[in-house]
Write a protein that binds this ligand. Structure first.
Ligand code: PLP
Length: 410
């Protein structure tokens, strides 16, 4: 074991309960992670001790709340190695962040004859905003074809990304295939062609060290709730010159510099993108989550989550009638699978009856489901509080599910 998941688990109160008469095994962290005491207590302290609006009051609580909110921005900038905190815009999560870029940036650079390049494995959050942007601007969507195992072939990326490409957008870690994509290489291909690259970091940020300066991506998005933080907070990272070029997508209080009856001007980045009362408690909670992840150590988390994915892959691939999607190698934090002749919703229901929580459905990746020639799958996803024993429980419950359905089907 690379880190003491058993000790870490003690810090997650929600994990210590019985579900349907069995100790809970939570294997759905790709949907949302659980929250450690450090985050829960920080949120409680915020509301009990210094809840106040930010950037407005001169009173002491207002100053404390502003310091905590802007402190969270600084922590997040350091966490992902951005050049400066001004390059971090707080958003509701990855979905909002991608929509901002697709709405604001894409409309300034795309027109007829231009292309936006994606992959078929993208989450709907990194797909539909671009469909909308393409419709609004006359640009065309293009897709980098996947290899048979679902991985990206860089030679194909070289062919699809051309001088006509304006934006390339793809996930760092696939929420279905579990693979870590070669984003650094793809960003470099985009740049050689004069395009900008957006990396969907919803799944990567919780599980590995990410580095904006090293990746050199133009935009990066993340969701706090998948990395031990609260729901409702996430971020858009953007290079300063691009954020400065972008128009805000929401207008109102807090984001303005000067307002007349018929005109208004905006604040500097990042505040011009944060109209209204921002997500103060969310940012405070995210800041505590970052401290927690730093304390555990991102390198150890990465090793641990890769180890669990490899262990689960081996255990499940040893079971007759189980199909696993995505390659064996280069996998982190999750395994997506199906049991022959059984709908994944039924699999998940039977597992739940034994206290094992997995996700079943299309995982917001309908085009990828069609590419895999399935309508849905089950998915077990892991995090720093999971152990090999949790995976053993999954396999044992799955074995019983298999027996149950083989009798039921006859
Ligand atoms: N991108 C990927 C790869 C995801 O897995 C998810 C959520 O599951 C999202 C984007 C959307 O994140 P959110 O719902 O936090 O905005």
């Amino acid at each position: 074991m690379t880190l003491s998941a058993i000790e870490l688990k003690r810090q997650f109160p929600i994990l210590h309960q019985q579900v349907n008469g069995h100790p809970l095994v939570y294997l759905d962290s790709a949907a949302t992670s659980q929250k450690p005491l450090a985050v829960l207590e920080k949120l409680e302290r915020y509301y009990k001790e210094y809840n106040s609006n930010v950037h407005r009051g001169v009173h002491t609580l207002g100053t404390r709340a502003t310091d905590a909110y802007e402190g969270a921005r600084e922590r997040l900038a350091r966490f992902i190695n951005a050049k400066e905190p001004a390059e971090i815009v707080f958003t509701r999560g990855t979905t909002t962040a991608i929509n901002m870029v697709a709405w604001s940036y894409a409309r300034t650079v795309c027109g007829e004859g231009d292309e936006i390049v994606l992959t078929p494995m993208e989450h709907h959050a990194n797909l539909i905003p671009w469909q909308q942007a393409a419709k609004a601007t006359g640009a065309t969507l293009k897709y980098i074809p996947l290899r048979e195992d679902g991985s990206i072939d860089l030679a194909e990326a070289e062919k699809v990304i051309t001088q006509r490409t304006k934006i390339v957008a793809l996930s760092y870690l696939s929420n279905v295939l579990g693979i870590v994509n070669p984003v650094k290489e793809i960003i470099a291909i985009a740049h050689r062609n004069g395009a900008k690259a957006l990396i969907d970091g919803a799944q990567s940020t919780p599980h590995m060290k990410v580095d904006m300066l090293d990746l050199d991506c133009d935009f990066y998005t993340l969701s706090g709730h998948k990395m031990c933080g609260p729901t409702g907070i996430g971020a858009l990272y953007g290079k300063r010159e691009l954020l400065e070029r972008m128009e805000p997508v929401e207008f109102g209080g807090e984001m303005i510099d000067h307002v007349d009856l018929y005109e208004a001007t905006w604040k500097e980045i990042p505040w011009k993108f944060e109209a209204g009362t921002p997500i103060i408690a969310g940012a405070v909670g995210l800041s505590a989550a970052i401290d927690f992840l730093n304390e555990v150590g991102l390198d150890d988390i990465e090793k641990h989550d890769k180890m669990l994915a490899a262990y689960a892959y081996d255990r499940l691939s040893g079971m007759e009638g189980v199909t696993i999607y995505g390659p064996k190698e280069g996998r982190s934090s999750l395994v997506t699978f199906n049991l022959d002749d059984v709908h994944p919703h039924d699999v998940a229901t039977v597992l739940d009856a034994e206290g094992v929580a997995v996700r079943a459905g299309h995982h917001c990746c309908q085009p990828l489901m069609r590419w895999l020639k399935v309508t849905a799958t089950a998915r077990a996803s892991f995090y720093l509080y999971n152990t090999e024993e949790d995976i053993d429980r999954l396999v044992a419950s799955l074995q019983r599910a298999k027996e149950y359905f083989s009798h039921a089907i006859g």
